[in-house]
Design a protein around this ligand. Structure first.
Ligand code: ISL
Length: 567
């Protein structure tokens, strides 16, 4: 019996890796400068070679594109800018042929203001769908995630409607059972069409404290993880997933959720969601004023954060693991070192650390190539509504435009949204036309063509880590214990499953480190690891760990090794 036979009763997604596609920036097949379904279909081999199990597709539904598709005007039709209906079916088939599942983005906290439901709702005060959204005579004091009031006055009927995000994203009223039934019916039709699950956009915002009241600066208390959230998610599970859940995967995007809440959301016995995206580790470099208030990242805090989530969901529930996505800066620029000399090594080191945690890893397009943030020159280079609104508001309120741009360069969502760098040709092979957002100028250095056949590339390293999770039950399921919590540059932890033990050692700095006897005392001292089998290393020759046995306790700058105790 192999180790992985022991894992056969665990859900399939415990050994799976998810790849996120942000379609507008992935690959363009028709030369209009915007990525599309045809572009994805043409690049399926890339995903197959990487070895991912699931694709999460950011929204491709009909949308005015005020928030790049997170403002949906028809949940069941493909936006013509992304392609034809048949192409989505072809994508599902193409992925399934390769053994890859498809997860759709479910954006049901809000619709577009151009959705038929909202058009009806706003048409008159006595329209049957009036109550599908939040209408009031007077606004509350709430401030939108995208700046300004969350309330927009609507001339036609003389009331205000609620939008936590842009004014083109009115919030649905989940208190109304008809709204919930309409959403569940739509979800069932997607499952019938062949999709394998949902990533649920800001799903912990759907239950608000009613009646809506002033927040006095604490919008969180009014709208996050509200009083009926567990009831709604359980109802959704019953109405949509029950009976077919074994094949599916569900992940709730849940900013502001604590470990205690995550245990409730992801406890299989409660039948809500399989896992959530928590935000604690991506908030560590923000100050009290929010994401634009830049703070240095302190490694012991980052390690402690992920370790708490590992421990908190060890007995009940499950973690999702991510460094970045379409809303976050690029991992290698934020948590690693994107200086050309260190970029590849730090990208591999970060990948090793994340993929050796217990949970389901998510790889955001381009992360597997070590793509970096962009040095946006001026506001003209920015496309994201969040950054544009923030700039206008901050400068209006007297901030120095240079400081504002500095924050946007560090944290702006466009960092993740520049086109995937496929090759060193014009527009990085993304489009034959003019891309909707400029290609990162480093594409001649960093691109897929230069990496996919190179066994020592960042891409190859990701592929090996993804395969390792498939093959090694200790990687997928082993218990986690953090070592050296206070060490400023070393990230070390142990994974244990029965008699099997893996030790992960990573150096997250340019300076080489020599681990001392004391450092390893907790795991039997260096003597019990020297000679251990190296099952993954950032330093490779032809794809093989440069040293197949662990020979010295020195860790080079930005390097990682994974050791299996022998005997
Ligand atoms: O990126 C953010 C702003 O800093 C987050 O607060 C983000 O808005 C939040 O994570 C919710 O994100 C999701 O819903 C938004 C959409 O703009 C994001 O792209 C999506 O991931 C509204 O649908």
């Amino acid at each position: 019996m192999t180790v992985s036979d022991l894992a056969s009763d665990a859900p399939w997604w415990t050994s799976a890796t998810v790849y996120q596609i942000y379609p507008r920036s992935f690959a363009d097949s028709d030369g209009d400068g915007m990525g599309d379904l045809g572009g994805i279909i043409a690049r399926l081999d890339h995903l197959e070679r990487l070895g991912v199990d699931v694709v999460w597709l950011s929204p491709i539904y009909r949308s005015p594109q005020d928030d790049n598709g997170y403002d949906i005007s028809d949940y069941e039709r493909i936006d013509p800018a992304f392609g034809a209906e048949e192409q989505l079916d072809a994508l599902i088939a193409g992925l399934h042929e390769r053994g890859i599942k498809l997860v759709m983005d479910l954006v049901v906290n809000h619709t577009s203001d151009e959705h038929e439901w909202f058009l009806e709702s706003r048409s008159s005060r006595d329209n049957p769908k009036r109550d599908w959204y939040w209408w009031r005579d007077q606004p509350t004091d709430w401030v939108s995630f995208f700046s300004g009031s969350t309330w927009e006055f609507d001339q036609a009927t003389g009331q205000y409607y609620l939008h936590l995000f842009s004014r083109k994203q009115p919030d649905l009223n989940w208190e109304n059972p008809q709204v919930r039934e309409a959403v569940y019916a739509m979800m069932r039709r997607w499952l019938d069409r062949g999709v394998d699950g949902f990533r649920m956009d800001v799903i912990n915002l759907i239950s608000k404290v009613v009646p809506l009241q002033d927040a006095h600066g604490d919008l969180f208390a009014q709208t996050f993880n509200g009083p009926r959230i567990h009831e709604f998610l359980h109802e959704m599970h019953r109405e949509v997933f029950a009976g077919r859940e074994a094949q599916l995967i569900t992940v709730g995007e849940m900013p502001g959720s604590t470990i205690e809440q995550a245990r409730l959301y992801t406890d299989p016995a409660r039948a809500e969601v399989d896992m959530i995206f928590q935000f604690e580790h991506v908030d560590l470099d923000s100050g009290p004023l929010g994401k634009w208030d830049l703070r240095p990242l302190h490694l012991p805090r980052l390690k402690a954060c992920l370790a708490r989530w590992q421990e908190g969901l060890a007995e009940v529930g499950w973690n999702s693991l991510y460094w970045d996505n379409h809303d976050q800066p690029r991992a290698v620029s934020r948590f690693g070192d994107d200086d050309p000399e260190w970029r590849e090594r730090s990208a591999k080191t970060l990948a090793t650390v994340l993929h050796l945690h217990r949970g389901t890893p998510y790889v955001y397009q381009g992360e597997e190539l070590g793509m970096t943030n962009v040095a946006f020159g001026s506001l003209d280079d920015i496309r994201d509504i969040e950054s544009i609104n923030y700039y206008a508001e901050a400068v209006r309120d007297g901030a120095d435009p240079a400081d504002v741009l500095r924050s946007i360069r560090a944290k702006g969502r466009d960092n993740a949204r520049t086109p995937v760098q496929w090759d060193a040709g014009p527009q990085a092979g993304f489009t034959t036309g003019e891309p909707w957002i400029a290609v990162n100028p480093n594409f001649t250095e960093i691109n897929a063509a230069a990496q996919v056949d190179d066994p020592d590339s960042v891409f190859a390293h990701y592929a090996r880590l993804i395969a390792l999770r498939h093959d090694d039950a200790t990687v997928a399921l082993g218990e986690f214990r953090l070592l050296l919590p206070d060490h400023e540059t070393v990230w070390a932890f142990i994974r244990t499953r029965g008699d099997d033990q893996l030790l992960v050692l990573a150096n997250l700095s340019r300076e080489a480190v020599e681990l001392t006897v004391a450092d390893l005392a907790d795991v039997g001292g260096p003597g019990s690891w020297l000679g251990a089998e190296v099952i993954s290393a950032t330093a490779t020759d032809g794809g093989m760990p440069r040293a197949p046995r662990f020979e010295s306790t020195r860790l080079d700058g930005w390097s990682a090794v994974v050791l299996r105790r022998v005997g």
